[in-house]
Design a protein around this ligand. Structure first.
Ligand code: NDP
Ligand code: KPL
Length: 308
């Protein structure tokens, strides 16, 4: 299977790098600065599961000669529109598009551009970031990639994708309920992103603060209520496990959005918080904590735009 990974940042570089290191036929679509860096230094992964350095196959926009069998999308949500134009020549009639972004808005955007039939569901769970030298640093042990047909069907193309994904060194899993899992992931990300960005701290720091546990619990309750009202009730076991993660003592876990905010980078506030807030409002659900988080993130975004 010829795989195109769009973006070679934290998630694309990690999962695509592991696939390539295991001998899968992986090409990365990158922009010119990243292409130069990767050509000079290789694609470097620093990870508790073992470091790796490889020479990646690269393409840049305008140099895609033929469609790929699968296109794995790992750009930030705010880069998606431009990326779509860049990777469109890689999408042929039989290409399967596998998104790994947080939130759900990208699913509508991709379906509108390529047709819902081209798209499967996908999500990844990892804490990873690029270090100043451009190496991909895995910050914690978990590294899951989950995918499946959106209607849960068992198809030849999803089995083919599964065969590529398993056995390469991360936890790959074919799901028959990927759509629900993506909504659950959104619950996780909206809550983790909301609380870490608002409180300016990692999970353990918030937990240790006076009122921190109550705040996290209230935020989680609000997000669960909003998503449930939208018809995507998260599983009881999922919520219980998430609560344990979000209230863990001394945990260094933080959302990628929080890391971006601390570093003064653009953030996915609109897709991770704003979109959920808007959907909840449409459904008539009150979400004051989400609204507070979104307002705070908009202040940050506006300041960033003003200083750009
Ligand atoms: N980091 C994490 O721990 C996790 C992130 N996620 C989600 O995964 C998604 C990706 O995040 P992450 O990997 O962290 O983001 P990064 O910013 O680390 O990587 C995104 C990469 O996409 C590249 N890119 C952007 N536009 C294009 C384009 N048109 N063509 C080619 N490459 C492009 C950027 O390259 P350039 O160098 O040119 O800017 C960048 O390297 C987000 O939705 C995030 O929320 C999910 C789970 C965990
Ligand atoms: C919630 C988490 C850590 C799980 O992968 C994530 O998706 C992110 O920080 O972007």
């Amino acid at each position: 299977m010829r795989l195109l990974v769009v973006g070679a940042g934290a998630t694309g570089g990690y999962f695509g790098g592991r696939l390539a290191a295991a001998g899968r036929d992986v090409t990365f679509l990158v922009r010119s600065a990243r292409a130069k860096q990767l050509a000079a230094d290789g694609l470097r992964i620093i990870s508790p599961h073992g470091d790796a350095t490889l020479t990646p196959k690269l393409v840049t926009a305008g140099t895609i000669a033929a469609p790929f069998d699968a296109v794995v999308i790992t750009v930030k949500a705010y880069s998606l529109a431009a990326a779509i134009e860049d990777f469109a020549p890689a999408v042929g009639p039989d290409t399967v598009i596998v998104p790994a972004l947080n939130g759900m808005r990208h699913m509508d955007v991709l379906a509108a551009r390529f047709g819902a039939g081209a798209l499967v569901g996908g999500l990844c769970k990892i804490a990873a970031a690029l270090d100043p030298s451009g190496a991909i640093k895995q910050l914690s042990g978990f590294h899951d990639f989950v995918y499946g047909e959106r209607d849960g069907n068992d198809t030849a193309r999803i089995r083919a994708l599964d065969a590529e994904m398993v056995g390469v060194g991360f936890d790959a899993r074919l799901s028959s309920r990927i759509e629900s899992e993506m909504w659950e992931k959104w619950v996780m990300m909206a809550t983790l992103g909301g609380v870490t960005c608002l409180m300016r701290g990692a999970v353990g720091e918030i937990e240790a603060a006076i009122g921190g546990r109550e705040f996290v619990q209230a935020f989680l309750d609000e997000v669960v209520a909003a998503v449930s009202a939208l018809g995507h009730v998260p599983g009881h076991d999922f919520v219980a496990a998430l609560k344990t993660i979000l209230l863990a003592k001394n945990s260094a876990l933080a959302a990628s959005m929080y890391r971006d905010l601390v570093q003064g980078n653009p953030i996915e506030a609109d897709q991770i918080i704003g979109d959920l807030l808007a959907r909840a409002a449409k459904a008539g659900v009150k979400t004051p904590l989400l609204a507070t988080a979104y307002a705070a993130l908009c202040v940050y975004q506006n300041r960033l735009a003003a200083t750009a």
